[in-house]
Design a protein around this ligand. Structure first.
Ligand SMILES: Cc1cc2nc3c(=O)[nH]c(=O)nc-3n(C[C@H](O)[C@H](O)[C@H](O)COP(=O)(O)OP(=O)(O)OC[C@H]3O[C@@H](n4cnc5c(N)ncnc54)[C@H](O)[C@@H]3O)c2cc1C
Length: 649
């Protein structure tokens, strides 16, 4: 029986016609009425910037907020490898259906068919839109846009701009946004952090934000609110995410009634520069695109492993017959291009078996020697030059001479705010887009699909679907920010800030966050089990108490105070971490990035339980200190055959 609180609003009819049908049903707001309507967009990454620019161009009054000093510096700028689209430019038999199929399979059959099909359907338009904006995608000699392959697929559908795809796409969206800012349809509030959501009569009507430069606590009202605030990977302290990435806005919405879906689905990326010490606060990704030509291996004997660790030999001195190209061995059909969850677990398996190649034993090789021989220096330089340079700057080792060393790290979160087909949360008038929603990636996101989803949401889906809600609102007056609900929310924010300053302990925010990161990585990381997850919930609870006794935040609220910002976010990371562990504990199956040790095949592969867990798990907040309630949205597969994922043959 479907949960009455989770109405997914998936249109009836054949899969390929659902989106057209929904668009035809959506009520349109006329241009003169759009001018009367206000929309708040929180976040200026690819999701938020594209949505705000599109809504502004449509004629709505938009206010856009971000933490950084310029919208252009959102975390999306870090994306390296590329963006998928079903254009079939390579004539390799790609299609909308194949992109849909790969995404559902890659996500281990835990995402909604209708949403994923729509994503594949609009993917081609994203590329056209971005080309029109002047995004400098890589091109073939003849002028056509170039493509490369990413993990989990057997076609080449990834469009890219060297290793800076996110930056170039964001510059395109930012230019579109600036046009609207200049036209007056969008007002930009950089260095403003949302600290609460305001609900009036059960509908999202505004936000409370802190001006990060002056410390002023300000009220902003609107007819609808869109959260494009990114993912919560930094719960783990060490991740590939930008330092400012956080899950606070999603948690504020959760506490006000928005359900949080599949929180335990976090992605671990196989190709990151290994952790090198305990003073580190950030991990660096080496793009998945490198797996197009790089070969992953470890020695097949302990003798070489020991010599490598003692620096007695170089990896390049180990002959072919003493190497184990374990992905090619275990997954011949996909080889080094298996999906991220599979590649990460395989690296862990080799390192757990003792074959890790650096001093910590937590690294494998990514080797370009064959590619350099096959393609020549110039072509490899063209494809990966900036990534090689970045690797060398960080590690002082040149990938031209010796293989890179890599290890899995937290990278992306598939879970997020539950949204219906219109991208609306369980709070009317509150929408979530981009990485902030749970949507399309199921238990594991395929590479180059996050940029596609963020831009699909922002350019092509939300601007239509939000109109359906707003078409009922144009007669309503502007939201009154003097309403008691705003005063109450502002008071709660001020009290939270005062409470943090009042602790006056001895520990820095980072030192406590690092402890949370250890708990998360140890018990809610690449492998999870019942005992560990219970321990995580207990230890997070204890750490939260420790925070409220020992944290020290210097300075005052009335100034630029990054320690205060971090402390406010850490309070939310505790709650997210706990929710992730709780969700992982209840999901007694292995699926995508969520690997329950109790549920594996003899070969150590994930073992799904479709009978009992083929649903989206959405959590409802029940009050401080109370257990949240789980709601289930069943997943139906009518257009795809459910199977055990197979990347072997
Ligand atoms: C190193 C790296 C490389 C990647 N490479 C690729 C790739 O090649 N291809 C791909 O598809 N994906 C890639 N990804 C994933 C992809 O970059 C992200 O999933 C995507 O950019 C997220 O976009 P977004 O708009 O949802 O959020 P973000 O880009 O994370 O933007 C969040 C925005 O919200 C703002 N914000 C957050 N909280 C608040 C608040 N409380 N108040 C006000 N503002 C707030 C931030 O300031 C920011 O503007 C990569 C990720 C990483 C870490």
């Amino acid at each position: 029986m479907a949960d009455t609180k989770l109405i997914s609003k998936i249109p009836e009819g054949p899969l390929a016609e659902k989106w057209s049908k929904r668009k035809a049903e959506i009520r349109i707001v006329s241009p003169n009425n759009k001018r009367k309507l206000e929309v708040i967009v929180v976040g200026t990454g690819l999701g938020g910037a594209s949505a705000a620019a599109s809504l502004g161009e449509l004629g709505y009054n938009v206010k856009i907020f971000c933490i950084s000093d310029s919208p252009r510096r959102a975390h999306s700028i870090a994306a390296q490898g590329g963006i998928n689209a079903a254009k079939n430019y390579q004539n390799d038999n790609d299609s909308i259906y194949r992109l849909f199929y790969d995404t559902i399979k890659g996500g281990d059959y835990r995402s909604r068919e209708a949403n994923v099909y729509r994503l594949a359907e609009v993917s081609a338009s994203i590329i056209d839109q971005c080309v029109a904006q002047g995004v400098p995608f890589a091109r073939e000699y003849g002028g056509y846009l170039a493509n490369r392959s990413f993990g989990g697929v057997q076609v080449s559908r990834t469009f890219y701009a060297r290793g800076q795809t996110g930056q170039q796409l964001l510059l395109g969206a930012y230019a579109a946004l600036n046009k609207e800012i200049a036209a007056g349809t969008v007002k930009s509030y950089p260095r403003h952090e949302m600290l609460d959501l305001v609900i009036i009569d059960g509908q999202a009507k505004g936000i409370i934000a802190r001006n990060l430069v002056t410390g002023d606590i300000e009220r902003f009202g609107a007819h609808a609110v869109v959260l494009a605030t990114g993912g919560y990977g930094n719960t783990y302290f060490l991740s590939t995410n930008a330092m400012n990435s956080n899950g606070s806005a999603a948690m504020q919405a959760y506490r006000k009634g928005a359900f949080f879906a599949n929180p335990c689905f976090a992605q671990i990326h196989p190709t990151c520069i290994p952790v090198h010490g305990d003073q580190q606060c950030k991990l660096t990704l080496m793009s998945e695109s490198l797996r197009n030509d790089g070969r992953i291996w470890v020695p097949n004997n302990m003798e070489d492993v020991i010599k490598l660790r003692k620096h007695e030999i170089k990896p390049s001195q180990i002959p072919e017959e003493r190497r184990d190209y374990y992905l090619e061995r275990r997954y011949p059909a996909f080889g080094n291009l298996v999906p991220r969850d599979v590649a990460s677990r395989a690296a862990k398996e080799r390192c757990d078996a003792g074959f890790g190649v650096n001093e910590t034993g937590l690294a494998v090789f990514l080797d370009f020697a064959d590619a350099i021989k096959r393609l020549g220096h110039q072509r490899v330089e063209e494809r990966y030059g900036n990534l090689f340079q970045m690797y060398e700057k960080i590690t002082s080792s040149s990938p031209w001479e010796e293989p890179m060393m890599i290890y899995p790290a937290i990278h992306y979160t598939m879970g997020g705010l539950w949204v219906d087909y219109d991208l609306q949360t369980t709070i009317p008038g509150l929408y979530a887009i981009g990485e902030a929603n749970f949507s399309d990636h199921g238990g594991n996101r395929l590479g180059a699909s996050a940029l596609m989803q963020g831009l699909a949401d922002g350019y092509f889906i939300l601007p239509y679907t939000i109109g359906d809600y707003l078409s009922h609102k144009f007669a309503e007056p502007k939201t009154d920010i003097n309403a008691p609900e705003f005063a109450e929310a502002e008071k709660a924010v001020r009290e939270r800030i005062e409470k943090i300053f009042s602790v006056k302990g001895t520990e820095t925010v980072d030192s406590i966050h690092k402890k949370l990161g250890h708990i998360m990585w140890e018990y809610v990381g690449m492998a999870r089990n019942e005992a560990g997850l219970k321990k995580a919930i207990e230890e997070i609870g204890a750490l939260r108490k420790e925070f409220w006794k020992t944290v020290r935040v210097p300075g005052t609220n009335e100034e630029f105070n990054q320690e205060l910002e971090k402390a406010l976010r850490l309070v939310d990371f505790f709650d997210i971490g706990e929710l992730m562990a709780r969700d992982a504990l209840h999901r007694r199956e292995s699926c995508g990035g969520h690997f329950r040790e109790e549920m594996q095949t003899e070969e150590g592969e994930t073992k799904r339980d479709d009978e009992n867990f083929m649903y989206v798990g959405a959590w409802e907040y029940k009050g401080e200190g109370k257990e949240p309630e789980l709601h289930k949205e069943p997943l139906k597969y009518e257009n795809i055959k459910i199977a055990t994922r197979n990347y072997k043959d």
